[in-house]
Design a protein around this ligand. Structure first.
Ligand code: SAM
Ligand code: SF4
Length: 324
């Protein structure tokens, strides 16, 4: 198992497969993707090698993310390759849901175990104002299809945004009364590019946590390997709530994840200054042991915290660079 100097074990890899995105979320890429569309992102073979090396060190869960991962035509092959890797038990995907109804069947057939769909508002107008797209109906249809297909874990990610959706919490709660999903409210994080937006739209998730507890929501008992999200359940609701409060004390104490960017850089933290290039160790299957030794060695540099609460937002300009 990969372990750092603080005793944290890493069994979860978030793997970005492209930086490109077709949405313009106000807090992430307000002007859309500005990089080169033909950037040399990891090939399917390189992706296989990353996953195999991590799996050999005890990683059991892979989340495929981006940018927008569904932009890649070989996404079904990537899901299938992750699923076929010995040791990988869960293959998850985070997506903005673009053309989800016509794509989800192939992803499910390829072996997808968990789907996280980003929906920041249930109001079509607000959704369009945040993402630049009028596709809310399509996302909701895709979500229904994912549930009908029996994908084992379906979650919705909602970034809490002052003035956009902080007044719509009751509407979200009504929505999950009979919908067996986990709705995860994520506190907006400050990145290099969104300082002004952060100042005007950040809402502390702590008040929401208290409000939910007062309304009878109760924390689930956390498993040994549970990550930083807090999960709540309520007897009157089929759905659950997840809270991701990156500014809360001890958020990093339960960190169980590492990240590899679409350019093949290892990120020890979402907010680390820069990635560590792995690409030279991804060119042949025979390099696996060398790659594993390199990963073990670099993990000793992982810091105890992201220091976000001290106003540090590191080298990450926006989360599309690294997958959130
Ligand atoms: N494009 C895909 C999507 O939006 O689901 C995957 C990549 S996106 C970077 C992953 C998640 O990070 C999304 O749920 C998004 O809402 C969230 N995110 C992006 N920027 C964020 C920020 N500054 N603070 C908190 N969450 C953010
Ligand atoms: Fe694209 Fe996801 Fe960023 Fe929105 S949050 S701009 S969908 S990468």
């Amino acid at each position: 198992m990969l372990q750092d100097n603080f005793g944290r074990e890493f069994h979860y890899l978030r793997l970005s497969i492209t930086d490109v995105c077709n949405f313009r979320c106000t807090y992430c890429l307000p002007d859309g993707y500005q990089g080169k569309p033909d950037s040399a992102f990891l090939s399917l073979d390189e992706i296989r090698r990353v996953i195999a090396a991590f799996a050999a060190t005890g990683t059991s869960k892979i989340r495929i993310t981006g940018g927008e991962p569904s932009i890649r035509g070989d996404l079904p092959e990537i899901i299938a390759a992750a699923k076929a890797t010995p040791g990988i038990r869960t293959v998850a995907l985070t997506t903005n849901g673009y053309r989800l109804p016509e794509r989800i069947d192939r992803w499910a057939a390829a072996g997808l175990d968990a789907l996280n769909l980003s929906i920041d508002s249930l109001d079509p107008g607000v959704f369009a104002a945040i993402t630049g797209h009028t596709r809310l109906r399509e996302l909701l249809d895709g979500l229904d299809r994912a549930l009908a297909l029996g994908i084992p874990r379906v979650k919705v990610n909602t970034v809490l945004l002052r003035g956009h959706n902080d007044g719509q919490i009751d509407r979200f709660l009504d929505w999950i009364r009979d919908l067996p999903i986990t709705l995860r409210f994520i506190e907006l994080m400050q990145t290099g590019d969104n300082a002004d937006f952060f100042r005007s739209h950040h809402v502390s998730g702590e008040a929401l946590r208290q409000r939910l507890l007062d309304a009878g929501w109760r924390p689930l008992i956390r498993g040994h390997n549970a990550g930083p999200a807090l999960e709540l359940h309520h007897p009157d609701y089929s759905g659950r709530i997840g809270l991701i409060l990156p500014y809360s004390k001890d958020f990093c104490a339960t960190c169980n994840r590492l990240r590899v960017s679409a350019l093949g850089h290892l990120h020890l933290c979402l907010f680390s200054e820069q990635g560590i290039d792995l690409r030279h160790l991804l060119q042949e299957d025979a390099q696996r042991d060398e790659l594993i030794a390199f990963l073990r060695d670099r993990l000793t540099d992982k810091k105890v915290s992201h220091f976000l609460h001290e106003g540090f937002s590191g080298g990450t300009r926006h989360l599309a660079m690294i997958g959130g």
